[in-house]
Design a protein. Sequence first.
Length: 256
Amino acid sequence: MAIPLLHSDGDPYQILREENQRLRAEVDALARANVHAAELMAELHEARELEEILRRQRAEIEHANIAEQARSRVLEVIARNLGLGNLLATLMQFARARLPGAPISLFLNQKDALRHATHEGLPEELGLALDAYSMRQLDAGPGECWRKRETISWTHPADGQHRLPGLPKPFSLLCSEHGFEAGWSIPVLTSTGGVAGVVTLYLPSWRALAEDESNALDDLALLAGLGLEQSQLYERLSYQAHYDALTALPNRTLFH
């Protein structure tokens, strides 16, 4: 800034001091404005974070409500003994509510083999292939879970399994052909410790289960165990009510 020339009606140094004071006041005001703007930005950021937290909490509450409704439907089917078909359908509804989009299937213990009963999120072609699959205890994946009666993870190739001439495809190879290289299998246990079936989660590659996934699969296996045991008990009591225990011939109640 140019220094004004000395005039009789003004002191140039006083003018400079006043100008300096004015500039300092403007700088201070600007600094205060910047601080205020920073505070507003911080409050806005905090408000957005709070809004996101509330959104997640609402989503979690809604998800929990949906899962609880699905659980209630399963328990209602079990209590009213509405049949195996309804039980399997509500179990998959529960799986869909707890693990949306996750590919899951349920195998049932048919005494000499595990049979694929139902699934959620699997490709139709793989589901049909598993429907025709008879799994033994020596098979990897669900078969190993059945044999050991414990949760296991599996990958392809599992235990060096490859397709041999004249034998069906190994389970892990069948899954690999549809994009699932790994998975987890959880036993469906009865109150007496027997294995009524196996719940299996399919993965594109191996990874550890998250806590919510593990809890959801355990809950699914528990509900399946309760339902299957109740269904088997009802069938046994129904048979005993309509057939003679010694001869296995129909009794008169079957004809009334």
